[in-house]
Design a protein around this ligand. Structure first.
Ligand code: GAP
Length: 544
């Protein structure tokens, strides 16, 4: 094996979310759901490359969690079994779990454009809106802003960008109130946020300063609770007796099956139950591509333990899950582990050993981070709640034969999003490189890469396609491989770079006569020459 050529990778350029979304669309990673009808907000489809990428992520999770040997903090093998539960469950499940009573976000509606939005998202959305940016520009030198400049803005740009803003709807009244308020507080300079709230406030005396609508600048209603569960009806009659919900998390299918699993298998505490499946939340403001969707997939483990071992298991799961994300390609400063403050804890985690999030720095959260996975000590909240609501109560306690004791096991829950994980892999892999024909390559780890290798005949004659095709068929028996004989070799490399294919194998004339092929490494563009009969082992060794 000898190295033929190599080039130095260019220095990293910043990643832009719009470019990543465009590549996902262009190369078939992710499409808008029902795009031909204009799409539907909060729903996404995966194309051929995206489906393979997401499947590789889910398979890696399932293999590493359920099928491989894992050694726990007690030095013993960690026992985890799988379940696959329904999306629609008896609605009493969601009363017991607390979702009917409490799975709500605070929501606000705009009185002008009527759009609904999550109250805790308003300021983030504002800072991204065009009209906010226009005011920021105007207010760059606060001393130059006068009633005249504001009036001019209101009658020009403001009308187009923020028709609902008090300043635009009723400039005379808003400006005269603004002057009065400023005089009353000694004309001090304020930050942009306070300034915008003044421009959004017509009748200060009634409600105080307004928080404006990010879409049109209009007046927002007081925030109200909004339940995030999608409702449906089971059976022919649509009434309150047939009401059911699409599950908002896969976890409750695991909890309600805890007793079935104990009865039908040999598991003993400590053990876990894992599930991968769809979850649905009627998110008020789905946004940031697939990050906050209304239909998404979760990869959840409920790990059942003796209550006095909660601390050690919590720490062990937290650290193992963090290192798992690193191993599949999110190594580096974009991945962090964040322990929650006590006031952030969910109702079920209040008394627990801890809760932490594994977070990734997405281009749209940078310099901040967004949650990929939560690891929570849920104590015995769920098992106890189901035991109580189904009417059997204490009788449902687990019998620990070793300790000769009955108790409700505590739970450590590592709960990850498959779509957020896929999105993080896409963002991490996206590597702009102006020196390449594609201008970009996706540096997935070989385990995650949708296509492991491309096989190309250099030209479509002289017996090269036949050799290439034989090799392709051989490799395909084990791996996902693409055969490509169209266009120039440079264009074929560019397509594979965008797909994130780690290796490209080319049969050229030298190779055909010497029984070899060149193998191009995606990241360095270096090439090795390898004997044809050694290529399957070469690929196995690197792709696994
Ligand atoms: N059983 C616990 C639970 O569901 P969660 O923090 O609400 O906890 C777990 O959700 C994971 O599911 C999150 O870390 C995230 O990766 C994913 N997730 C939650 N809501 C999502 C949404 N609207 N869109 C995409 N993924 C979401």
């Amino acid at each position: 094996m000898s190295e033929v050529t190599a080039s130095t990778p260019s220095p990293a350029a910043p990643k832009k979310m719009d470019d990543i979304v465009a590549l996902c669309r262009r190369r078939g990673f992710i499409f808008q759901s029902s795009e031909i009808y204009g799409g539907i907000n909060g729903f996404w489809d995966y194309g051929p490359l995206g489906t393979s990428l997401k499947r590789n992520l889910k398979n890696a999770w399932w293999n590493d969690v359920v099928e491989r040997e894992l050694i726990g903090p007690d030095g013993n093998s960690v026992d985890i079994v799988g379940v696959d539960c329904t999306i629609i469950m008896n609605p009493k499940t969601w009363v017991a779990s607390g979702h009917v009573g409490g799975f709500a976000d605070l929501m606000s509606t705009c009185r002008q454009c009527k759009k609904l939005m999550r109250w805790d998202h308003v300021w983030d959305m504002l800072s991204e809106s065009d009209w906010w940016k226009a005011i920021e520009e105007l207010y760059a030198t606060p001393s130059s802003v006068t009633s005249e400049t504001l009036m001019k803005w209101a009658q020009g740009k403001g009308r187009k960008l923020a028709p609902g803003l008090a300043l635009v709807r009723n400039p005379q009244v808003t400006l005269s109130w603004l002057a009065e308020r400023l005089a009353a507080q000694g004309n001090h300079f304020m930050d942009t946020r306070e300034f915008v709230r003044h421009l959004a406030t017509e009748q200060f005396a009634r409600d105080g300063l307004q928080t404006p609508c990010p879409h049109c600048g209009g007046e927002l209603t007081e925030p109200r609770q909004f339940n995030l569960m999608f409702e449906t009806n089971c059976g022919a009659v649509k009434d309150e007796n047939s009401l059911a919900y699409l599950r908002p998390e896969t976890a409750q299918g695991i909890f309600t099956n805890f007793w079935n699993v104990c009865d039908s298998t040999r598991v003993k505490v400590p053990f876990g139950i894992a599930q991968i499946g769809k979850a649905f939340r009627n998110e008020v403001t789905p946004r940031n591509f697939t990050f906050r969707s209304r239909e998404f997939e979760q990869m959840e483990i409920e790990f059942f333990i003796r209550p006095d071992t909660a601390n050690e298991w919590y720490r062990w799961w937290r650290d193992w899950r963090f290192s798992w994300w690193q191993k599949i390609g999110l190594a580096g400063a974009n991945l962090i582990l964040r322990e929650h403050d006590r006031d952030e804890l969910a109702h079920y985690a209040k008394e627990g050993a801890g809760t932490s999030d594994i977070e990734y720095r997405f281009p749209f959260t940078a310099p901040g981070f967004g949650e990929l996975e939560g690891i929570a000590h849920r104590a015995d909240f769920d098992l106890k709640a189901h035991a109580t609501h189904c009417g059997k109560g204490e009788k449902m306690r687990y019998f620990d034969q070793e300790k000769n004791d009955r108790y409700f096991p505590h739970v450590i829950e590592p709960s990850a999003g498959a779509d957020r994980g896929t999105l993080a892999l896409l963002c991490e892999a996206y590597t702009p490189d102006p020196s390449r024909a594609s201008g970009v390559y996706m540096n997935f780890t070989p385990r995650m890469a949708p296509v492991k290798a491309g096989v190309f005949p250099l030209v479509n004659k002289d017996g090269l396609p036949e050799i290439a095709e034989r090799l392709y068929r051989d490799l395909r028996r084990k791996h996902s491989i693409e055969f490509d004989e169209k266009q120039s070799i440079g264009k074929r490399y560019a397509r594979m770079d965008e797909a994130g294919t780690p290796y490209c194998i080319t049969i050229d004339h030298d190779g055909a006569s010497s029984g070899t092929a060149t193998i191009r490494h995606r990241d360095t563009q270096a090439q090795d020459r390898v004997a044809l009969d050694q290529i399957p082992a070469w690929i196995d060794e690197r792709v696994g």
